[in-house]
Ligand binder design. Structure first.
Ligand SMILES: Nc1ncnc2c1ncn2[C@@H]1O[C@H](COP(=O)(O)OP(=O)(O)O)[C@@H](O)[C@H]1O
Ligand SMILES: O=C(O)C(=O)C[C@H](O)[C@H](O)COP(=O)(O)O
Length: 341
């Protein structure tokens, strides 16, 4: 079975219950959050043999993260438990409270975390190196590059190693709070070392200073595929096949979705898209899988929504362009809406 390995930090996530301002909160909901482990759980839900490589602290947060990943059929043999450094933590600040928290919608407590101590040494762990060697897909993100110089050098080592048939995907995953005062140009360098790059248009403006598709491709000429997501509008895959350096352009409109909460949609999109790629599907089919997985997450609270069953998923993915344009997703249910001519 094809295996996928996702590398990155996952944190304990605390959210004030009933979205009360943080300073008035008496109860905090305890969950977990991490872009790459979200993708890992998404890939596992698509039926792939999936593993997560990271580090957690020897604390209840770390134990909870490992338990949740195992519960979602993600292998954790490549996770180190740090006896000293703690598991990272973040707080999702309710929107009306963000001004009192410096305008930020998340507060990170991840400096010096167990995962921020990942580095080239991580590759000498035999469990990690064997997972990476046997993977058909290694998934990385720009978040890791911002965590510490050691984490950045881990990404560089993975991206520079001989591929031997493996594909490496890189989700830019721009996080303003992590890049303040840091050199963001490393993101362009890392993206050009990857085979598949995913970036949101809004993120591209921050990370690369442009949202222009042609300009982005000029800045990132090396990946075989550059996927540019434009939220509710569409996602575009620009390919560069070795035989045809001109490449191809596939654009698939996003679905109509009654959005409940946007967090995690990008990770779900990545899982959907990358699963299509691993199953050998074309760009159009893979982009559709991305939109379907994202829509499932957008209609629930939390970082991941359940997928439709296999038969319904196949029917949705096989639909004609007109039928696709008429799909509406609400409460995780896919239905046909009437389209005004
Ligand atoms: N308002 C929306 N309506 C429909 N689909 C959406 C909407 N917002 C996001 N999506 C879906 O989620 C995907 C990821 O969106 P994006 O904004 O890039 O996520 P993130 O900011 O979490 O990385 C999009 O490509 C699309 O499939
Ligand atoms: O911010 C971080 O460092 C995290 O990893 C936590 C978040 O749970 C995911 O990043 C959600 O990501 P999106 O799918 O882009 O909404």
């Amino acid at each position: 079975m094809l295996s996928a390995v996702c590398v990155g930090e996952t944190m304990a996530m605390l959210t004030p219950v009933n979205a009360v301002p943080l300073h008035l909160a008496t109860e905090l909901h305890f969950g977990i959050g991490g872009a790459e482990s979200n993708v890992a759980m998404g890939l596992a839900a698509m039926g792939l043999d999936t593993h997560w490589v990271s580090r957690v602290g020897r604390d209840g947060f770390g134990t909870r993260i490992l338990d949740e990943l195992r519960d979602h059929y993600v292998g954790v043999s490549g996770v180190e438990v740090d006896p000293v450094r703690p598991t990272g933590l973040y707080v999702k600040v309710p929107a009306q409270d963000s001004a009192s928290d410096g305008g930020s919608s998340v507060l990170y407590y991840r400096q010096g975390s167990a995962a921020s101590a990942m580095g080239r040494d991580t590759l000498s762990n035999p469990d990690v190196s064997s997972l990476l060697e046997n993977a058909a897909l290694i998934h990385l993100s720009g978040i890791t590059a911002a965590l510490s110089p050691e984490c950045l050098s881990l990404l560089e080592a993975i991206l520079s190693a001989p591929r031997n048939g493996r594909t490496i995907s890189f989700d830019v995953n721009w996080r303003s709070a992590l890049w303040a005062g840091q050199d963001r140009s490393v993101l362009q360098r890392l993206a050009n070392l990857a085979d598949v790059v995913l970036v949101g248009k809004d993120e591209a403006e921050h990370a690369f200073g442009t949202t222009d598709e042609a300009e982005l491709r000029r800045m990132m000429p090396d990946p075989d595929v550059l996927v540019i997501k434009n939220e509710a509008i569409s996602a575009i895959a620009l390919t560069r096949s070795s035989a045809d350096l001109g490449g191809t352009r596939e654009e698939v409109p996003a679905l109509s979705v009654a959005v409940v909460e946007p967090v995690g949609a990008g990770d779900s999109f990545a899982a959907g898209y990358l699963s299509g790629m691993l199953f050998g599907l074309g760009q159009k089919e893979s982009l559709r899988r991305g939109h379907v997985a994202a829509a499932c997450t957008l209609t629930v609270h939390g970082d991941r929504g359940p997928l439709p069953d296999a038969a319904q998923l196949a029917a949705i993915l096989d639909s004609s362009d007109d039928a696709w344009a008429a799909i509406h997703v609400e409460d995780g249910q896919f239905s046909k809406r009437s389209v005004t001519p």
